[in-house]
Design a protein around this ligand. Structure first.
Ligand code: PLP
Length: 426
């Protein structure tokens, strides 16, 4: 249903105050078919798997084909499919095999799925601050945090917007650090013309429901080379088991993160949807950029120079002093107008303010790895750890985005933003 979109709902009371909402009907959503490109192609391949009776990847060919096509798409030699984006990042961490207490520099503006794998490997997350324009890692902050215990930099390409890789890779090269690219939100985004995920040592993807292509849940790790640290990627998500050799063996500690043949069947069909997904999201984002260009209260998150963004979310900051209400009130009012949105990402506070990290709720009462004997120090992350990120979490409005937003939907979203901004203008 196309919502009603009065171009200038001037004079109407806000919906939060009892007025009519700008967006009368539901907008397309990633939660169901309204906002996703899932159909006959997926159905046919899933039916094939069901009829074959082979659901497990170790006996089938769908996961292998999904991996091969994903590797080919990225021009890399290796790709392994796993059960989630978190599993992909954990597989990458297992591959790097850090010593307990080693440090991984990471953004505080990312999903907890970026940090959980660091903690499970008994390594310590070190949160670097972000660039206020793009909200991605600030290379100067990263450089300042490198220590003799730093093992890797995990670079999230947030909101589908590539991070500034050149200076980040320079820091990594200078200190001989591994680089894990977290591309969960940035499928086929480009930096200086090249696909993200192919710059670092390992590129990790998520196929969770909201991602550019989806298998419900799922993930992928890509790499130019395998076995570099004495481990092969395929063993890092498969109980340390070298299945290409006869018999059973378990070479090191690793979980079972298999993707199933059913999921890979969906994934194979979804690969064909990338062009429509990317162009739909980009077209809608460009339209909203244009419609909000002269709205003084909002400032869209900047796309990195030399990059092509793929819009996992559409995000803007509320300009300090432009409105007479707090950002939470703006978000509540915009939601009431029929535009679902959130304050900040991963929320109104950065990752380190969530109980798992703030209160060190990890392994029993140990507080490990934050407090573990091999760590360089006792790790705490008090307010003020990353001041720019903390401010952005407060000021940013996050709009869920998808490839089925039509021009009328985007016009309605813009009208709602303007209505709320007009009502609350300072
Ligand atoms: C940037 C980022 N990293 C990691 C993840 C974890 O992926 P998953 O939810 O598939 O485990 C997500 C998921 O939202 C994400 O957005």
């Amino acid at each position: 249903m196309i919502p009603s979109a009065p171009p200038t709902p001037i004079g109407q009371p806000l919906a939060i105050d009892g007025g009519p909402p700008v967006v009368a009907g539901p907008l397309p959503s990633i939660r169901d078919a309204s906002g996703r490109l899932i159909g006959a192609e997926e159905e046919a391949l899933v039916r094939e798997v069901i009829r074959s009776g082979t659901l497990a990847y170790i006996y089938g060919d769908k996961v292998r084909r999904f991996e091969a096509e994903f590797a080919r798409l990225h021009g890399v030699r290796h790709a392994v499919a796993v059960s989630s984006g978190t599993a992909a990042l954990h597989t990458a961490m297992i591959y790097l095999d850090p010593e307990p207490g080693d440090e991984v520099i990471v953004s505080p503006l990312t999903d907890m799925g970026s940090v959980i794998p660091i903690l499970y490997q008994q390594a310590v997350p070190v949160f670097a601050d972000v660039d206020p324009r793009t909200q991605n890692l600030d290379p100067r902050s990263v450089a300042a945090l490198v220590s003799p215990r730093t093992r890797a930099i995990m670079v999230t390409h947030l909101y589908g917007n590539p991070a500034d890789l050149d200076p980040l890779l320079a820091v990594a090269r200078r200190h001989d650090l591994a680089v894990i690219e977290d591309c969960a939100q940035a499928h086929l985004a480009r930096y200086r013309g090249r696909l993200v995920g192919t710059f670092g040592h390992l590129g990790c993807f998520s196929f969770q429901q909201s991602k550019h292509i989806t298998t419900g849940d799922g993930g992928m790790v890509i790499a130019a080379e395998d076995g570099r640290h004495g481990r092969r990627l395929r063993e890092c998500f498969d109980k340390g088991w070298p299945r290409d050799r006869p018999g059973r063996d378990h070479l090191f500690l690793a979980p079972n993160y298999h993707l199933t043949e059913l999921q890979a069947a969906v994934g194979l069909a979804q690969l064909g949807k990338y062009p429509a997904c990317l162009s739909g999201r980009q077209r809608a984002a460009r339209q909203l950029d244009g419609l909000l260009a002269d709205e003084p209260a909002v400032e869209p998150v900047a796309v990195q120079d030399g990059a092509e963004a793929v819009y996992f979310y559409y995000c803007f900051r509320l300009r300090a002093g432009a409105l007479r209400v707090a950002p939470a009130q703006f978000v509540a009012a915009l939601t009431a107008e029929g535009v679902r949105c959130e304050q900040g990402y991963p929320g109104p506070v950065p990752l380190y303010a969530y109980p798992v990290i703030r209160d060190r709720r990890t392994f029993g009462r140990s507080g490990w790895p934050f407090t573990s004997p091999p760590a360089r120090r006792d790790w705490t992350y008090p307010p003020g750890t990353c001041p720019v990120a903390e401010r952005l979490c407060q000021e940013t409005v996050v709009l869920p985005w998808n490839e089925r937003l039509e021009p009328a939907h985007v016009a309605a979203i813009a009208a709602a933003v303007r209505k709320v901004a007009d009502a609350y203008r300072a």
